[in-house]
Design a protein around this ligand. Structure first.
Ligand code: NAG
Ligand code: NAG
Length: 450
């Protein structure tokens, strides 16, 4: 062993020097009086001990002599300890060991905390201690569940994370039915926004998909959805239905010889319908009816009955006043009842009776000459002064067949001196005398006379 060699050399030199001294001084006793300097002393160096470790020594002379001069010891520490100092030392001639060593406990670095979680360790941060990670409620471990302090002082594995996997909870209000407001086809519906909860998060993002509460909802089913997201974008959804019912009354029939004008949608709850009668007819009964919540109309139906006319008046103006702004007049004049033009016209007019009535036209007949002159409206005979008055105002001759068409203001609008078909007459009236509203109503009742 090469490392033993210098010690052996040193011993040899010491021995020869001693021998020389002995030779010149003749004194041998000095050496014998210092027995502790015997290099063969098994305790030349003080016994070695290494706490938490082991010193493995080899003496040059073998055996269990751990402190002999030249003994060499290899130092090693127990598991969990690190050697500080010399790994190998030997016993020197000066009775000292060539170096020192001791074992220090190995510690892993302090393990950082993880957000939303914690850990517990079997033996704090020393070697072989195992730290187990757990997460707060609502979170789940991602990564390793535990880390162990390794013999070299580092932790095994990587730091885990606690991630939120628990979706939030949300509860929608119950579905609801609302009757549309009176006179409307919508209803304002309101509710408290649903509360959302989550095991992990306090602040949640609740998103409404659908109409805002408190706004007007249309008739039928309206689906309202709420979605809630937590911070980890876990999601929960709830929905409910807002049903808006429009209450409706049965469709109200228009009166014969009249029509209705209704508000709102015509027959929804709160709609009001007003009765209007055609010219020459007057209303008997209520002026309007309201559709009620229980789907029935208020009041009873009204009807349009022919206006009470006075035919026995003495002047033409008294007669005309009764028609003013109500009906049109068709004055038909002929020399006598057997006039062929009159005969022909009379047949055509009788066939057109319904169509004339639909157009608010009353036929006045002036026939013959005094003293046998006749004036009549259907079966009602007119006073001779009325006949004379009409002939003068509208310049109607007794000597030939003619017809004069007056509008509802009593103005002379058209004259005919030959008989005209009802189609021709109606076409003229429809084009020039009817206003827009009358024309629309006429269109609705086009088949009324068939
Ligand atoms: C509907 O309600 C009105 C009052 O609100 C009442 O007068 C009427 O009798 C009710 N009609 C029916 C059919 O219940
Ligand atoms: C009717 O008048 C015509 C002339 O327009 C005349 O020829 C006829 O005799 C009259 N008939 C009667 C019955 O008066």
């Amino acid at each position: 062993m090469p490392s033993c060699l210098p010690v052996s050399v040193l011993v040899l030199i010491f021995l020869s020097a001693g021998a020389a001294t002995t030779v010149y001084d003749g004194d041998f006793t000095d050496e014998e009086n210092t027995p502790h300097l015997d290099y063969r002393d098994p305790n030349w160096c003080r016994p070695l001990s290494l706490s938490n470790g082991e010193a493995r020594c080899r003496s040059p002379r073998g055996g269990g002599h751990r402190g002999r001069l030249g003994t060499r010891c290899d130092m090693s520490c127990d598991r969990g300890y690190r050697l500080l100092g010399r790994r190998s030392i030997h016993c020197l001639a000066n009775r000292r060991w060539s170096g020192t060593a001791h074992c220090r406990k190995i510690r892993c670095p302090v393990l950082p905390l993880i957000p939303h979680g914690r850990y517990t360790c079997t033996q704090a941060f020393v070697v072989d201690s195992r730290c187990d990670f757990t997460c707060s409620p609502g979170y789940r471990i991602e990564g390793e569940h535990s880390r162990t302090c390794q013999p070299r002082g580092s932790w095994s594995g990587a730091q885990p994370e606690c991630s939120d996997y628990d979706p939030p909870k949300i509860k929608c209000p119950p579905s609801r039915l609302k009757v549309a407001e009176p006179g409307k086809l919508t209803a304002a519906v309101t509710w408290d926004p649903p509360a959302a909860t989550d095991t992990a998060d306090k602040y949640l993002n609740v998103v409404l998909m659908g109409q805002e509460p408190g706004t007007d909802f249309k008739e039928g089913l309206n689906i309202i959805r709420y979605t809630v997201y937590d911070q980890a974008r876990n999601r929960a959804v709830c929905k409910f239905i807002v049903r808006v019912e429009v209450r409706r009354c049965p469709e109200l029939p228009p009166p014969l010889h009249g029509h209705l004008s209704c508000s709102s949608d015509g027959n929804n709850y709160g709609a009001t319908c007003e009765y209007h009668c055609d010219g020459g007819y007057e209303r008997r009964g209520t002026s309007s009816r309201v559709c009620q919540l229980n789907r029935s109309w208020s009041e009873g139906p009204a009807e349009c009955v022919p206006m009470e006319m006075k035919f026995d008046v003495k002047t033409a103006s008294a007669l005309l006043d009764q028609f003013y702004e109500k009906r049109r007049l068709l004055i038909l004049s002929a020399p006598n009842i057997s006039d062929p033009d009159y005969q022909l016209q009379n047949i055509m007019i009788q066939k057109a009776d319904c169509g004339l009535d639909l157009r608010q036209v009353t036929v006045v007949e002036l026939l013959g000459a005094p003293p046998r002159e006749r004036g009549r409206i259907k079966e009602n005979l007119l006073h001779s002064d009325v006949i004379e008055g009409l002939r003068q105002v509208f310049r109607i001759s007794r000597s030939y067949f003619s017809m004069v068409l007056l509008d509802s203001l009593g103005l002379d609008r058209e004259r005919f001196i030959v008989p005209v078909s009802s189609e021709e007459l109606f076409s003229y009236i429809d084009s020039f005398l009817l206003d827009e509203e009358e024309r629309e109503r006429l269109e609705l009742h086009r088949d009324f006379c068939d």
